[in-house]
Design a protein around this ligand. Structure first.
Ligand code: ATP
Ligand code: MG
Length: 561
């Protein structure tokens, strides 16, 4: 039985000592006790418990036991004297075992050196943690899983101005309430303090009633997988916010000023551009006017030249014509006289001499040829007279500005004048309606006809046809110049009246003909229109009022354009 008890005790992980209360002798020690205390089993059994439990407190206790006053001990720290002179920290308990005959005291002791180690380490960690908490720049508040305050650092209580009395009272709920009352977004603050167990980290900016701004971050505190609390870190960012706000304001002001200046600049730029565009427009108009002036001057000088030449030629042609007529008459008379002489009978010698002379001169041929020479010369002179007339008609310089004139006569004279340009390229077909004269400046209209006819001739590649038509209504007369030329591309049709628009090679066209024509027709109160099919031909149609309304200004406008 005793061996069995020994066996059981030996398998127990704690030291086990059975002590006799009378003399405090150890009657039984298990293997763990022998091993830990470092005494031999027999040696231990001859020792009293007070030789192992040597502290004063233990001496008192065991003395009481010896005098019969047992009291059980539950979990008390103590120190055991080991065989090698060292001291062993233990957690011990003492219980009375009353087996009936002789009661014994069972001392159980656990080696707590390791636990002490851990505790020391823990304590050191805790103190480190505390020092860290205190030295951090954030106010730290730690809540347990029930939302109760576990700890806070001094900075936290200072930041939140928690009264000393409240801190000393240790009433966590009151402290939390005190905090909530200071926050403007109290509801959010309470929610954050309440939701201790949510796994997410939070980050909020709270405004306090006194105007300060706190940035509060919170994160759950884990023990393994479990959330056991929450740590709140608060930073006073009032100054930072003020600085940021000031920075933002100055940036906004700067931006506003930059925008203002940019808008000013853009406005100025726009004004400048408008001004520039206006100036460019003026310059263009000026250039246009100048060129039109040049062109119209050119045309006018052609007219003047034509008129001058016509005038100068007129006189010699006149006297050459009259002389030729006289010559024709004289020649006729001379031949009459010759015929008469031929009837006179002559001597043989004279006859032979005269017949020889007649043969030499070939009188018969002379008679025929002289007549035809004179007729041809008179015909030539007639043509010269017609040309002179056409030139006068074309320029109409002699008859001044506004007058009644026949469009058809103007067309005829212009066709004659430009005949050289046309005759190798086209047949000219005239479809005149015998239109009545209209009030106009004929020399200017002739310039228009001339440009239309030459354009038509230029448009014809190879040989073609130019049809010139006239017509009239009660109020208007019209002229059409149609050609079978190459036509005008649709994209060009809207530009043909633009000054300098030309598709002709450099040197051949200035692009001013139609722009000038347009101006002339407009000043006559009329219209000019073109319709064209590429590859088929083009028709230009002029409509002119029979009685000019704006014609009064034509002279002035023409000379200033
Ligand atoms: N009958 C036509 N057929 C085809 N194209 C034409 C005809 N008339 C005018 N055009 C086109 O219109 C352009 C402008 O004509 P405009 O008479 O104004 O100038 P231009 O004949 O080129 O030069 P300029 O008349 O000053 O010598 C011509 O270059 C040509 O491309
Ligand atoms: Mg032209």
């Amino acid at each position: 039985m005793k061996d069995q008890l020994q066996l059981i005790l030996d398998h127990c992980p704690n030291m086990m000592l059975l002590v006799c209360p009378d003399d405090l002798r150890i009657v039984l020690a298990n293997a763990v006790a022998v091993r830990l205390l470092g005494y031999g089993e027999d040696q231990l059994r001859n020792m009293t418990i007070t030789e192992i439990e040597t502290s004063l407190q233990d001496a008192f206790y065991w003395e009481e036991v010896r005098t019969g006053q047992y009291s059980a001990i539950e979990a008390q720290q103590g120190q055991y004297q080991c065989g090698d002179g060292t001291v062993l920290a233990v957690m011990k308990s003492v219980h009375l075992i009353d087996s009936g005959s002789a009661p014994l005291l069972l001392v159980q002791a656990r080696d707590i050196r390791h636990e002490r180690h851990i505790e020391d380490a823990l304590e050191q960690t805790l103190s480190q943690l505390k020092a860290t908490l205190e030295s951090t720049g954030n106010g730290i508040l730690v809540l347990d899983r029930h939302g109760k305050i576990t700890s806070m650092n001094r900075l936290f209580s200072a930041m939140w101005d928690i009264p000393q009395a409240l801190l000393l009272a240790g009433d966590g709920a009151a402290i939390l309430e005190f905090l909530a009352r200071q926050v403007r977004q109290a509801d959010l603050w309470r929610t954050r303090l309440h939701d201790v167990l949510v796994p997410q980290e939070t980050e909020d900016v709270f405004r306090l009633n006194d105007g300060r701004v706190f940035e509060c971050k919170s994160r759950p505190q884990h023990l393994g997988e479990r959330i056991v609390g929450r740590v709140f870190g608060c930073t006073d960012i009032t100054q930072r916010q003020l600085a940021e706000e000031a920075l933002r304001q100055s940036r906004d002001q700067l931006e506003a000023r930059v925008q203002e200046r940019t808008a000013d600049l853009q406005r100025a730029n726009a004004t400048l551009q408008t001004e520039q565009a206006r100036q460019q427009e003026l310059i263009d108009k000026l250039g246009e006017a100048q060129n039109q002036l040049l062109q119209s001057e050119k045309m006018a000088s052609i007219g003047v030249l034509a008129a001058g030449v016509a005038h100068e030629i007129n006189n010699p042609v006149g006297f050459v014509n009259s002389n030729l007529c006289s010559l024709q008459r004289y020649a006729h008379d001379l031949f009459r006289l010759l015929d008469a002489y031929q009837q006179v009978p002559l001597g043989a010698a004279d006859r032979e001499r005269i017949e020889r002379l007649e043969r030499e001169i070939d009188t018969e041929f002379l008679r025929e040829d002289l007549a035809s020479l004179l007729a041809e010369s008179l015909d030539g002179l007639d043509r010269v007279k017609r040309i002179v007339l056409d030139m006068k008609e074309f320029s109409r310089i002699d008859s001044g500005g506004r007058q009644q004139a026949s469009l058809e006569a103007g067309l005829d004279s212009t066709i004659n004048l430009v005949w050289n340009e046309i005759k190798y390229k086209a047949d000219v077909i005239k479809e005149y309606a015998n239109a009545p004269p209209i009030e106009c400046i004929p020399s200017q209209l002739n310039q228009v006809f001339m440009n239309l006819l030459i354009n038509a001739a230029h448009a014809i590649e190879g040989r073609g046809r130019i049809t010139v038509r006239t017509g009239y209504s009660g109020t208007h007369a019209w002229v059409e110049v149609e050609d079978s030329g190459k036509g005008i591309a649709p994209e060009h049709l809207s530009r043909i009246y633009d000054p300098f628009f030309t598709t002709k090679p450099v040197g051949q066209g200035t692009g001013l003909g139609l722009s000038l024509s347009y101006g002339i027709i407009q000043r006559h109160g009329g219209t000019i229109e073109a319709s064209s099919t590429v590859g088929v031909g083009t028709v230009f149609r002029l409509e002119l009022p029979r009685v000019g309304t704006s014609v009064h200004s034509v002279g002035a406008a023409a000379s200033s354009s």
